[in-house]
Design a protein around this ligand. Structure first.
Ligand SMILES: *Cc1c(COP(=O)(O)O)cnc(C)c1O
Length: 408
């Protein structure tokens, strides 16, 4: 075997639906040296992270912490810790990540029911209400923003529904947190999980998550024998959480002042997650959401300025990603390949029913920036023209400039 050289990635501008180019300040934070797991500096940093993410999630939840995994791991931690075999779950499905919730809940042994909406729309509250009446679930599990379709599900009325049926409310906010409003407590969400690689501006590999006192009560009642022994006299259940790594009762103990060892906290990821939240709060959470809306609107206008059609119901579009209907006359993959090879810009493809039909362009985290938006639109115009699409000259960039207004 010839020894590979050191890692030296090409310069890329990641304008897909995630991951995005990480903020260099986050990468710098991640190059800081390690400390021991129980070093006072480390335990203080863990406490700081809890405080920072309470602000990002707009919650008072004590149990606001990091799950050491990508977003999918935090989804699994939430579901495996909240669900016992046989529990009924209702999942409104409007895109690919709804199907992921279904699949994970099924593996937890839950009895899973769905209420579906066509892709490109959201699930109407009446449909969810009717399904709740029929299913009487223990858990309503929702995707907030589904990057597969760019749609964002409204949460109005869900808490009232859940109260009526004494049901827990879980949300996957991976794609939306930080770039779109998600006030956890105001909306009465019991469990929410995210990831760093979308609007939070970091790399994937750490998953901020928050759990309401109601969710914590359910989880702690399932404390495992191992956790029970360690927690010294805590009650032990006959229905332990069916995962060790994702046992939130144990992870809560690890993040509590007791610091009961579970896994070794991923220190480097924690530094990164801390810096992601710190940078957002330095700007202000609301200002950060407005920044995503501004650049998302500029990209949307630019796409239309190029004469391209936007995918999905505009009324429910996430701020940070736009679906672009691929013109009939071009091969979408050839356009993506040319964007990458000639301009170093990555845009996203789609999955399932949208494969080959829709590109997805993100403006999130570090790449929710005017220069990134304008460069992407200029590149897309040139590549489309070379692929035989008649696009208005300067139409994308000009339309984006119009959104930025005189300030630009
Ligand atoms: C991107 C995304 C994920 C990604 O999960 P990873 O494990 O970090 O790849 C999960 N859920 C939603 C809604 C997403 O948009």
């Amino acid at each position: 075997m010839s020894l590979p050289g050191p890692i030296d990635p090409p310069a890329r501008l990641l304008m897909g639906p995630g991951p995005i180019s990480a903020d260099p300040r986050v990468l710098r934070a991640m190059s800081a040296q390690l400390v021991g797991q129980y070093d006072p500096f480390m335990t203080e940093a863990m406490n700081e992270v809890m405080g920072l993410y309470r602000e990002i999630f707009a919650t008072a939840n004590q149990q606001t912490l990091l799950v050491d995994s990508t977003s999918r791991g935090a989804i699994e931690a939430a579901l495996v810790s909240l669900l016992e075999p046989g529990d009924r779950v209702l999942v409104p499905v409007m895109g690919r990540f709804g199907h992921l919730l279904v699949e994970i809940a099924e593996r937890c042994g839950a009895e899973v029911h769905t209420v579906d909406a066509p892709w490109g729309t959201v699930v109407p509250l009446e449909d969810i209400a009717a399904a709740m009446e029929r299913v009487r679930p223990h858990l309503l599990a929702m995707v907030h923003g589904d990057t597969s379709t760019t749609m964002m599900q409204p949460f109005d009325g869900l808490r009232e529904l859940c109260d009526r049926y004494e049901c827990l409310l879980y949300a996957d906010v991976t794609a939306t947190l930080g770039g779109n409003p998600f006030p956890t407590d105001e909306w009465g969400v019991d469990a929410a999980t995210a990831g760093l690689q979308k609007c939070l501006g970091g790399p994937s590999g750490s998953a901020p998550a928050t759990f309401s006192p109601r969710a914590v009560e359910v989880i702690e009642a399932r404390r495992s024998i191992e956790a029970g022994i360690r927690a010294d006299g805590d009650p032990v259940t006959a229905h332990p959480i069916r995962s060790n790594y994702f046992d939130l009762a144990m992870i809560f103990d690890y993040w509590s002042p007791r610091r009961l060892n579970h896994h070794t906290e991923a220190t480097t990821m924690l530094y990164g997650a801390r810096e992601c939240a710190r940078l957002i709060l330095e700007t202000g959470l609301a200002a950060n959401q407005e920044r995503h809306l501004l650049h998302g609107n500029a990209m949307l206008a630019g796409v239309e300025g190029l004469g391209l059609e936007v995918y999905g119901d505009r009324a429910y579009k996430m701020a940070n990603v736009v679906g672009v209907v691929i013109p009939d006359e071009v091969d979408g993959e050839a356009v993506r390949a040319a964007m990458l090879a000639d301009f170093g810009i990555e845009i996203g493809t789609s999955f399932g029913p949208l494969a080959g039909r829709v590109w997805r362009i993100g403006t999130m985290g570090y790449n929710a920036r005017k220069d990134a938006v304008l460069a992407t639109l200029a590149a897309l115009e040139s590549v489309l023209r070379r692929h035989g699409v008649a696009v208005p000259s300067g139409g994308g960039v000009d339309a984006a400039y119009d959104v930025y207004g005189t300030a630009a």
